[in-house]
Design a protein around this ligand. Sequence first.
Ligand SMILES: Cc1cc2nc3c(=O)[nH]c(=O)nc-3n(C[C@H](O)[C@H](O)[C@H](O)COP(=O)(O)O)c2cc1C
Length: 394
Amino acid sequence: MSARSIASPHVVNIHDFRPLARRRLPRAVFDYLDGGADGEMTLRENCRAFDDITFRPRCAVAFTDCALRTTVLGTEISFPAMLAPVGYSRLMHPLGEVAAAAAAGKAGTGYILSTISGHSIEDVRAASQGPVFYQLYLMGGRAAAEAAIDRARKVACTGLVVTIDTPVAGLRERDFRNGIKELMGTSPFAKIPFLPQVLSRPGWLIGFLRDGGVPKLANVVVPGQGPMEMGDVAAALAASAVTWADLRWIRELWGGPIVVKGVLTAEDAKRAVDEGAAAVSVSNHGGRQLDSVRPSIRALPEVVAAVNGQIEVWMDGGVRRGSDIVKALCLGARAVLCGRAYAYALSAAGEAGVTRAIQILRADVERTIRLLGCSSVAELDRSYVEVPADWGAN
Ligand SMILES: Cc1cc2nc3c(=O)[nH]c(=O)nc-3n(C[C@H](O)[C@H](O)[C@H](O)COP(=O)(O)O)c2cc1C
């Protein structure tokens, strides 16, 4: 895709990337990225719930400068949004995780590398001049996790993000219909019924074949077996649920800051504090795990109240505009993670796409806080938003 096709007026907001991604990716890959679990209620509500929050601006003020910088776990980022872990990014674009990390780094913000990644932690770290976090699943067992933690430490990752909402993979119905398991598996015969969708995207197919086909999981190295096959992910996840007891073990082994991702209740938030987490991310995995849980933005006030300033609170889920980021900050989030907002852009145009997506979000954040009458993200608080009365812990 040419640079022109992702510039204004073709791409003005994040939603404009979605049809471009759909045009470039085979249906199975697009739906893997775009879809959610079961009836996709939480997926839809994650975005829609932001509309329930309205702004309360202070007008007739003007500022020359607008400070967007903040810190996460003591590390400075250029604006309060980072890139969430997105598995299988290398199927969306051959440079996948490396391209996303490079774009984040050039924009001065952070990137979280998923365990389900095709590029190695070392290559991703080298591609970014900004903070890189490693998202940990215990796939492949403790020995594989220990090796990944060791590699994350050696390349000086800023923190570990432990995702706690995936004891099994959610039921993503679109993936079944599109034959993603068959397409990722090793049987050529099983793939046949699903091949037309792949052949209808020759641009993507050429890149995929040049990249060597379905990549292995470069960061899940089972001792004596080498990197895990991507097709083995669902079974490996089901065999490796993370528990609070694991968190203690991971914390001792890692020795650095740990972010617990996937917290939706005061109970889990308090538990994360007690277990020594440095931050929690309020998240429902972008509506891909348990369907019918609350949208993340709606769970945020309860978690912020429960944590009571003891550790940082991040959030992710449904963020498509800078105004969504600002709303989350007003409700007490330290920073926000964007998933699909950059993954559509990565799928459409690789690193250039991610750079453009970050640019759009950053410009949105600055414009929104200026329109609210603030000169910095640090000034944002509850007084700048109105939320429905039944949202609970305020
Ligand atoms: C295609 C895709 C793959 C994902 N893979 C992972 C993953 O490997 N690990 C993880 O912790 N979260 C994963 N997530 C969840 C994201 O980190 C994040 O919670 C979610 O995307 C936020 O919702 P949003 O896409 O609406 O921004 C994935 C999300 C998507 C869309």
